[in-house]
Design a protein around this ligand. Structure first.
Ligand SMILES: [Zn+2]
Length: 158
C-alpha cells in the first residue's frame, strides 16, 4: 500500500458585514472572511492538503480566482470536486486534521456541526475528520482580528 501525506495553509482577511463561512457552515458573527469564493478557510486547507498529498498542485491552480465561475462559490463545491479528483487518481482518504487560528469568536461550540457537514461533503466518517481551534494570543494579524488562518494535514492511500 502507498501512503501519502499532504499539508495545506490558508489566510483570509476579515471584514465587517461579510458572512462567516467556516467548515461548510455559517457562524453567527458581525464580521467574516473576504475572498473570491465564500472564503471558507477550512474547506480551502482541506483542498490544498488533499491535492498536495496526491501531488496535484493547489486549489488556486484548479479554481483560479480570476475565473468568474468561482466568484462567490460555495467552497463545499470545490472540496467535493477535489475529492472526486483524488479518488479518480485511485486514492482513499485515511484522515484529515485541521487547525484554525482565529482570535474570536470562539469556535469550539461549532466544531461538531462542521465535522458533520464535512463528513457529508467528503463522504468519509466524522471520526476521520479532526478540527481544532486556537487563538494567536492577541499577537500579529490574527491576534488583532484582521484575519483568519488555517493549517491542515491529510493522509491518503492506494
Ligand atoms: Zn482560501
Amino acid at each position: 500500500m502507498k501512503i501519502r501525506v499532504g499539508q495545506g495553509y490558508d489566510v483570509h482577511r476579515l471584514e465587517v458585514g461579510r458572512p462567516f463561512w467556516l467548515g461548510g457552515i455559517q457562524i453567527p458573527c458581525e464580521f467574516g472572511p473576504v475572498g473570491h469564493s465564500d472564503a471558507d478557510v477550512v474547506c480551502h486547507v482541506l483542498c490544498d492538503a488533499l491535492l498536495g498529498a496526491a501531488n496535484m498542485r493547489n486549489i488556486g491552480y484548479h479554481f483560479s480566482d480570476k475565473d468568474p465561475r468561482w466568484k462567490g462559490v460555495d467552497s463545499k463545491v470545490l472540496l467535493a470536486e477535489v475529492l472526486r479528483m483524488v479518488r479518480e487518481a485511485g486514492y482513499d482518504i485515511s484522515n484529515v486534521d485541521v487547525t484554525v487560528v482565529l482570535q474570536e469568536p470562539k469556535l469550539n461550540p461549532h466544531i461538531p456541526a462542521m465535522k458533520t457537514c464535512l463528513a457529508g461533503v467528503m463522504n468519509i466518517p466524522e471520526d476521520d475528520i479532526s478540527i481544532k481551534a486556537t487563538t494567536s494570543e492577541h499577537i500579529g494579524f490574527v491576534g488583532r482580528g484582521e484575519g483568519i488562518a488555517a493549517h491542515c494535514v491529510a493522509l491518503i492511500y492506494r
